[in-house]
Every structure is written in C-alpha cells, then in structure tokens.
Design a protein around this ligand. Structure first.
Ligand SMILES: NC(=O)c1ccc[n+]([C@@H]2O[C@H](COP(=O)([O-])OP(=O)(O)OC[C@H]3O[C@@H](n4cnc5c(N)ncnc54)[C@H](OP(=O)(O)O)[C@@H]3O)[C@@H](O)[C@H]2O)c1
Length: 247
C-alpha cells in the first residue's frame, strides 16, 4: 500500500476505536505517530503497539476541550518526534438528547470538543506544515452530518461544521501544498457504538445496503489514502465510509 516513511502523524483520540486503528495503520505504513487523548495510560498502550512495529511513538495526555492542553500537546509532539506532517482530527464525544430537553451544557461541551477543539488543534499544527510546505489534515466527521439523526443536534451541528471547516481550510492552505479532507464513517463498531441497544443496532443495520456494520479498519484505510503522497491532488473532499447508508 502507501509509504508514509519519514512522516510524523498526530492522531487525536488515538487511544481506542477508530483513532487507534488509524494510528496503527499509519505506523504500519511507516509513519511515526503521536497518540493523544484524555486518558494517558490508554495512549501509552497504543504507543507501545506502535513501537513494537518499529516506529517511534509518543503518548500525549490532552483534552480537546481545553486550548492550553492542545498547545502543550502539539509542542510535546514537536519536541519528541519532530514537525507534524499528518494531523488526524478524530477525537469526539456524544451527549445525545432530544432537542427540547438538551441542556446547554451538553450543547456547549460537544461543540467545544468536536468543533472548536478541531479549530484550535489545526491552528496549532498549521505553522509546522506551512514551514515544511507540505501537510495532510484529515477530519473525522460522520454520516449523520449529511443525513441528520434524532437526538443528536449538538453532535450533528459540530460534525456538519467540520464539513465546512474542511473546505474553508482546504482553500486557504492549498497554495502551501497542504491538503485538507474529511472522512465520514457510517455505523462502525467501536466503544462509542457499543452503548447502543439491540433495537437501535438492528434499526441501523436495516439502513445499510452492505448489511453489516463497518470496522475501524474500514475507516483507517481511507485515512491512510488521504495521508499518502498518492492523494496529493485530493483536497476539500469527504470520503464516505458507510456501507451505502448515505449515497
Ligand atoms: N463509531 C461510529 O460508528 C462512528 C460513526 C461516525 C463517526 N464517528 C467518529 O469517529 C471518531 C472516533 O469514534 P470512535 O467510535 O472510535 O469513538 P470512541 O471509541 O468513543 O473513542 C473516542 C476517542 O477520543 C478520545 N477523546 C474523547 N474525548 C476527548 C477529548 N475531549 N479530548 C481528547 N480526546 C478525547 C477518547 O479517549 P479519552 O476518553 O481517554 O479522552 C478516545 O480515544 C469520532 O470523531 C466519531 O465522532 C464514529
């Protein structure tokens, strides 16, 4: 597949689920990888898995809802691995609830982590990429940003925001050879979706033409493509990885 030797990647939320699969896949393709999340021990575990593949890795504790954490995380990765050339904005949370019952706190927390956090992280990493005149930014959004869903107005507002954010930054940084794209997973089996009950799971599966949930690797392979030299002419795009759930 693609060769990412010499690249330095930062994967937010890389300690489990889709982010972990992305971190391991980028490492398998030759990149050195930093894994960031709020729980340091889980990041350390993934960093160890990356080192076992012969790559350099760093585990970084940080909250995407906290501007100081984001700056400190980027500085630490820069010091320990070098300038970041691949940024995967993957970390996200859900605080689901019906529109009329949703507390402003749940709205604010999701927008702050899933959208403002991506803005701050991208802003912190762009100077490194601008200096190198090369970079790959991949934002993880969701099928529901395109379809809508009941009970997720906060999450969907943030994830649709990321679609616009992707195009805006793609246009602004194309002249510096930095590409900015998004992946939009559908129903992927991870700790985030493990909390769904049997009925919700079956209702999801009924909407999927390929008749199976996606895997974390289904998403990681698309991210690997977008991170590669081979994707150099792709920018401002969204790759849907959803088994046909939304076409
Ligand atoms: N699973 C799906 O079906 C699906 C579908 C569409 C889109 N997505 C998107 O795919 C991405 C990954 O989802 P997933 O299912 O793998 O989620 P997950 O299993 O819940 O993992 C989320 C990761 O993000 C980290 N994280 C959460 N809040 C954070 C914060 N404030 N600061 C830093 N790190 C934080 C978590 O670690 P800590 O808790 O230790 O911080 C964890 O590493 C998300 O953007 C999600 O919206 C998932």
């Amino acid at each position: 597949m693609f060769n990412l030797s010499g690249q330095i990647a930062l994967v937010t939320g890389g300690s489990q689920g889709i982010g972990r699969a992305i971190a391991l896949t980028l490492a398998e393709l030759g990149a050195d990888v930093a894994v960031m999340a709020r729980t340091l021990e889980k990041c350390e575990t993934v960093a160890e898995e990356i080192r076992a593949k012969g790559r350099r890795a760093v585990a970084v504790r940080g909250d995407m809802g906290n501007a100081e954490d984001i700056k400190a995380a980027v500085a630490k990765v820069g010091e320990q691995l070098g300038p970041i050339s691949i940024l995967v904005n993957n970390a996200a949370i859900t605080r689901d609830g019906l529109m009329l019952r949703m507390k402003q706190h749940d709205w604010d927390e999701v927008i702050n982590t899933n959208l403002t956090g991506v803005f701050l992280m991208t802003q912190a990493v762009l100077p490194m990429m601008t200096k190198a005149r090369k970079g790959r930014i991949i934002n993880v959004t969701s099928v529901v940003a395109q379809m809508g869903n009941v009970g997720q107005v906060n999450y969907i507002s943030a994830k649709s925001g990321l679609l616009g954010f992707t195009k805006a930054v793609a246009r602004e940084y194309a002249s510096r050879n930095i590409t900015v794209n998004a992946v939009a997973p559908g129903f992927i089996e991870t700790p985030m979706t493990d909390v769904l009950g049997e009925a919700a799971r079956n209702a999801m599966l009924e909407q999927i033409p390929l008749k199976r949930p996606g895997t974390d690797l289904d998403v990681a392979y698309a991210v690997a493509f977008l991170a590669s030299d081979e994707a150099g002419y792709v920018t401002g795009q969204v790759i849907n990885i959803n088994g046909g759930m939304y076409m």
